[in-house]
Design a protein. Structure first.
Length: 399
């Protein structure tokens, strides 16, 4: 038993529907859709099965029944009894008022032959040749006048300056003169005659570059850490210079005195609090370690602490390495800030130099244009002199 899927059944239904639609489209349309149909073009009594409804221009004549007749008679009687004779009087149109519009027929004999008339009609219909309009010349003249008037109005309304050319009457016309090419209403303007936006209107209050809170905080922290580290190292150099050079032992009292200053500076850097040192004893030990680290930097020797302190060279070395890494990181951040400032200054200098270069190019182009104008004017004057000399030579020859 062959069972078909739902998809195959749907496809069969669609195929049958498509075949039916194609058959209806290819077949001849029914007589209802063929337009005007006479009796012999449709089956017999087929119109009785159709519901025919159509519209006409004329009004439908009302069917007069006995009731309508009685209503009309009653209305006439009532108006006679009430003496109501105010119906609208029909107006009669006089025959003299009717104007007959007859086509004007020319009785003048044609000056062109019948063959020429046929050729003109053929050219207009078949070849598409336009008939000569006697008013076309007048239209062209009016268009030219309007163009001249509009150009003068445009020249008065804009700010383009056009110099007046004064040419003597006896001089010959010289072509390709730069002054003659200037237009009252120019379509294109050179960049040399334009102003930059900054030259047109300079900004009154230049907005300062705003930095975010994170950027300003990071920059201030880098500068502060760098200044503290350099100040501490200089002070330690001055204080421990003699002791480090002699290589003598350092007492605890001297270390304690020096550590009091170091703890204040380290508290500003928030190094002690970050390490979780809260008790006074821990703070004292930490300050001693930091002082020993500074002494090792200056003298290059290993220093031990007597009393409660134990030999902590390994811890000191670790702390020293951490301090070096932090200092190196701060120096790198400060170098990045300085490099960004240098790059910004270099970029501003490049922009200034490029602006000066473009101004020089514009000035040189304007100078070249002026030189070309002067050269053209000189050439025109030379041609005038040559023609005057030729005319004087001819006059001398005649004499």
């Amino acid at each position: 038993m062959n069972t078909k899927s739902t998809f195959s059944k749907q496809q069969e239904v669609l195929a049958r529907r498509k075949a039916q639609i194609e058959k209806e489209l290819v077949a001849a349309p029914p007589w209802q859709l063929t337009g005007e149909v006479v009796a012999n073009q449709r089956p017999q009594d087929s119109l009785l099965d159709e519901f025919v409804e159509f519209q006409t221009v004329n009004r439908v004549v009302p069917t007069i029944t006995e009731e309508t007749r009685i209503q009309i008679e009653d209305l006439i009687k009532s108006r006679i009894q009430e003496n109501l004779f105010d119906n609208v009087v029909r107006k009669t149109i006089k025959q003299s008022a009717i104007q007959t519009h007859l086509q004007q027929v020319s009785t003048k004999k044609s000056e062109i032959g019948l063959g020429e008339i046929y050729t003109q009609q053929y050219e207009e219909q078949a070849l598409g040749v336009k008939k000569e309009d006697p008013l076309e010349a007048e239209h062209l003249a009016l268009v030219g006048q309007w163009q001249r008037i509009s150009s003068k109005l445009d020249a008065l309304s804009h700010q383009q300056y056009t110099p007046h050319i004064s040419m003597p009457k006896d001089s010959a016309a010289v072509l390709n003169v730069a002054a003659l090419t200037e237009e009252a209403t120019p379509l294109f303007i050179s960049t040399s005659s334009r102003l930059t936006p900054k030259e047109i209107k300079k900004p009154e209050n230049k907005p300062k570059s705003r930095k975010t809170k994170k950027e300003s905080f990071a920059k201030n922290k880098i500068i502060k850490d760098h200044s503290i580290s350099t100040g501490v190292s200089r002070e330690r150099e001055k204080q421990m210079k003699n002791t480090a050079a002699s290589g003598e032992k350092i007492d605890e009292e001297e270390i304690n005195k020096d550590t009091t200053k170091m703890t204040k500076q380290l508290q500003e850097q928030s190094l002690i609090n970050k390490k979780g040192i809260n008790t006074p004893r821990q703070r004292e030990e930490e300050s001693k370690r930091m002082a020993l680290i500074e002494l090792q930097k200056m003298s290059g020797k290993n220093v031990t602490v007597t009393g409660d302190g134990v030999n902590q060279n390994q811890q000191q070395n670790q702390q020293q390495n951490q301090m070096k890494k932090k200092k190196r990181k701060r120096d790198e951040e400060a170098e990045i800030v300085r490099k960004a400032d240098r790059d910004g200054k270099q970029m501003m200098e490049k922009m200034k130099s490029s602006a000066q270069f473009f101004r020089q190019m514009e000035n040189s182009a304007q100078k070249a244009i002026n030189e070309g104008d002067n050269l053209d004017m000189k050439q025109g004057k030379g041609i005038k002199r040559i023609r005057r000399s030729e005319s004087s030579d001819a006059l001398h020859f005649k004499l």
